[in-house]
Write a protein that binds this ligand. Structure first.
Ligand SMILES: [Mg+2]
Length: 265
C-alpha cells in the first residue's frame, strides 16, 4: 500500500479527464470511531466538502455504510448523493431503483435473535444491540475486557443453530459483530451493481471509481476495484486489497478537498 499523499501526482493522473465516482464509507472513514454509533456525528468540515462535491458536475458521491439506510441518510443529511445502508442491502439515490435481495421470512428470524440476545446479554454491562432493520449489530466497545469472552460465548450459543441452517450470516467489524441475511451481497457487490448503472450519472463520459474505507467489510469493495478503480484504506497500513492509504479521518477530509480542487479548477 502506498501513502496517498506521497504519490499524489501519479494518483491524480489516473483521474485526468475522468468523471469520478466516489464511494465513501462512513464510520472510521468520514468520522472517527467512537464509543457508541449515535455519537459519530459528521464533522462540519466534512459535511461542507461533501455538500460541494455533491453539487459538482464532475463527480458522483455514494456513501456505503453498515448503518441502516435511514440512519446514514440522517447522519449525512445531504441531497443528491447515493446512499447504501446495511452494507448495500438497502440503496437509494437520484434515478436509482433498487430491489432488496432479502426474503420477508428473514425479519422474523432476526426478531427472534434480537429478543434472545436482549435477555441473555442484559447482564453484560456496555453490550449494545443495534437493530438496523435488515441486520443486527452487537457492539462491545464499552464492555469490560474481561467480559468479552463471555459475551462472545453467549453470542455464539445464541446464533449457532441459525448459522448452521444458513438462516443468517455474520460479519465481524471493529468491536462489533453483525448478524446479516444469508445472501451473497456485500459492499463489493453493491459497487459493481452501481458501476453497471453508471450511465445514469456519468452520461457516457469516461469515469474512474474511487473507494475510501477503513474496515473489513470495505475489503470486498477494494477487491472488486483492483483492476477497474482506485481503492484507499483509512488507518494504520496493514494487509489490504487497497492500493493506497490515508492515516486517519482528518486525512480523508484533506483528500476530499483535493478532489474538489481538481474538479473546481
Ligand atoms: Mg467503516
Amino acid at each position: 500500500m502506498k501513502y496517498l499523499f506521497a504519490h499524489w501526482d501519479s494518483f491524480k493522473k489516473k483521474l485526468d479527464n475522468k468523471y469520478i465516482i466516489l464511494f465513501l464509507d462512513y464510520d472510521g472513514t468520514l468520522t472517527p470511531i467512537v464509543n457508541s454509533p449515535a455519537q459519530a456525528v459528521i464533522p462540519v468540515k466534512i459535511k461542507e466538502l461533501l455538500s460541494r462535491l455533491s453539487q459538482n458536475p464532475g463527480c458522483k458521491l455514494a456513501i456505503i455504510s453498515g448503518r441502516a439506510l435511514g440512519d446514514i441518510k440522517k447522519m449525512v443529511g445531504l441531497e443528491n448523493i447515493i446512499y447504501a445502508g446495511n452494507h448495500g442491502l438497502e440503496l437509494e439515490g437520484p434515478k436509482i431503483r433498487f430491489q432488496s435481495p432479502i426474503r420477508p421470512r428473514f425479519k422474523a428470524v432476526l426478531k427472534q435473535i434480537k429478543n434472545d440476545l436482549t435477555k441473555k446479554l442484559s447482564s453484560i454491562k456496555g453490550a449494545l444491540i443495534e437493530d438496523k432493520g435488515l441486520s443486527l449489530s452487537i457492539h462491545y466497545r464499552l464492555v469490560n475486557k474481561k467480559k468479552i469472552a463471555l459475551l462472545k460465548n453467549i453470542l455464539h450459543k445464541t446464533i449457532i443453530s441459525y448459522l448452521a441452517r444458513k438462516r443468517i450470516k455474520t460479519k465481524a467489524g471493529k468491536m462489533v459483530l453483525e448478524i446479516t441475511p444469508p445472501v451473497k451481497w456485500d459492499k463489493g457487490k453493491v459497487v459493481l451493481w452501481l458501476l453497471a448503472r453508471q450511465r445514469i450519472f456519468t452520461a457516457g463520459k469516461p469515469f474512474m471509481p474511487v473507494y475510501v474505507g477503513d474496515d473489513k467489510t470495505d475489503e470486498d469493495a477494494f477487491k472488486v476495484l483492483k483492476d477497474k478503480g482506485l481503492a484507499i484504506f483509512v488507518g494504520r497500513p496493514r494487509k489490504s486489497h487497497a492500493g493506497y492509504y490515508l492515516k486517519n479521518t482528518q486525512e480523508t477530509a484533506r483528500f476530499l478537498k483535493k478532489i474538489l480542487e481538481l474538479n473546481e479548477k
